[in-house]
Design a binder for this molecule. Structure first.
Ligand code: SAM
Ligand code: DTB
Ligand code: SF4
Length: 324
């Protein structure tokens, strides 16, 4: 029986990350089978409920106001429009619905009240409702929890050491503080990062170390490959190889066995065989639909074909729709 450990050392994680890659996949696949059904993949849907115009300077992000990208600023969506999208996502097989806002932090205003209503509405559809809205205070986390929020996404993105090279308008500690407020409100924690931003392997290992030594592992760790967007400082970053994605996913799987590891951004540039390797290495969730927040993603049809080819099944909903 593999134990859940929160006392991993950098050396241990580095040794796992650097194993011969096929051996690494084998070990991750073994741990994966102990904790999860390897045929099952959770399908999630993202919706950008407030797009662009963000005051932060995250170098990867097309939604930062200071970079000149093709993203059009859109104010907060209406609650009924969001619910319609959630129904569509549910009908297409998603069991988790994540609403993203291009905010630095949540403010206690009418927009937040609207988000609270969105959370209530999506929750009543029987979907796991997730939000990613930037920094939260403990009180805001509690308000979201009371409205029925299931999970909160707040990525560390990279290591503490590399963080200042990517973002200067907030600190690593700000991120960790929000994660702790989310945890204290009993909301499921979703936190991961991006590879392909020019970081060293040590930074990838450092980020995994921070996640795996939190008092409790995040229930969900998204692994994103940078989607380079024209106009952002990282527009010319070279594509990461599938082996780097596989090493990240497999290491996350081994050191955080119970966690849902999500093969997140970057799937549009991966073929079926590459994605299959990621599932073999322990990824057990994807984002579906032809758009992530603002960038393209493989559409439903392509993913349906992939599920058929790989004989995977979308995970069933864990709860029922609330009927009046
Ligand atoms: N504004 C909130 C925040 O930063 O926490 C929520 C939305 S933000 C777009 C959510 C996450 O998307 C970021 O933390 C980052 O990991 C990911 N992301 C943004 N742009 C990306 C890109 N070009 N490629 C890969 N991941 C990206
Ligand atoms: C995460 O780690 N990846 C998702 C979700 N959490 C919110 C977002 C990816 C965004 C990719 C860039 C875009 O589409 O704007
Ligand atoms: Fe804003 Fe989030 Fe994009 Fe950073 S990642 S610029 S905080 S929307």
């Amino acid at each position: 029986m593999t134990a859940i450990r929160n006392n991993w050392t950098r050396e241990e994680i580095a040794a796992i990350y650097n194993k011969p890659v096929l051996d690494l996949i084998y070990q991750a696949a073994t741990v994966h089978r102990e904790f999860h059904d390897p045929q099952e993949v959770q399908v999630c849907t993202l919706l950008s409920v407030k797009t662009g115009g963000c005051p932060e300077d995250c170098s990867y992000c097309p939604q930062a106001a200071r970079y000149h990208t093709d993203v059009k600023v859109q104010k907060l969506m209406e609650v009924n429009e969001v619910i319609d999208k959630a129904i569509e996502a549910k009908e297409a097989g998603s069991t988790r619905f994540c609403m993203g806002a291009a905010w630095r932090e949540v403010r206690d205003n009418r927009d937040f009240d609207k988000v609270i209503d969105m959370v209530k509405g999506v929750n009543s559809l029987g979907l796991e409702v997730c939000c990613t809205l930037g920094m939260l205070t403990p009180e805001q986390a509690q308000k979201l929890k009371d409205a029925g929020l299931y999970a909160y996404n707040h990525n560390l993105d990279t290591s503490e050491e590399f963080y200042d090279d990517i973002i200067t308008t907030r600190t690593y500690k700000d991120r960790l503080d929000t994660l702790s407020h989310v945890r204290k409100a009993n909301i499921s924690v979703c936190s991961g990062g991006i590879i392909g931003m020019g970081e060293q392997e040590d930074d990838r290992i450092g980020m995994l170390l921070t996640l795996a030594t939190l008092p409790e592992h995040p229930e969900s760790v998204p692994v994103n490959a940078l989607v380079p967007v024209e106009g952002t400082p990282l527009e010319d970053q070279p594509k990461v190889s599938v082996w780097e994605m596989v090493r990240m996913i497999a290491t996350a799987r081994i050191i955080m066995p119970k966690t849902m590891v999500r093969l997140s951004a970057g799937r549009v540039r991966m073929n079926l065989e590459e994605q299959a390797l990621c599932f073999m290495a322990g990824a057990n969730s994807i984002f579906a639909g032809d758009k992530l927040l603002t960038t393209p993603n493989p559409g439903y049809i392509k993913d349906q074909e992939m599920f058929q080819q790989l004989q995977l099944t979308p995970r069933k909903a864990y709860k029922e729709e609330v009927t009046a």
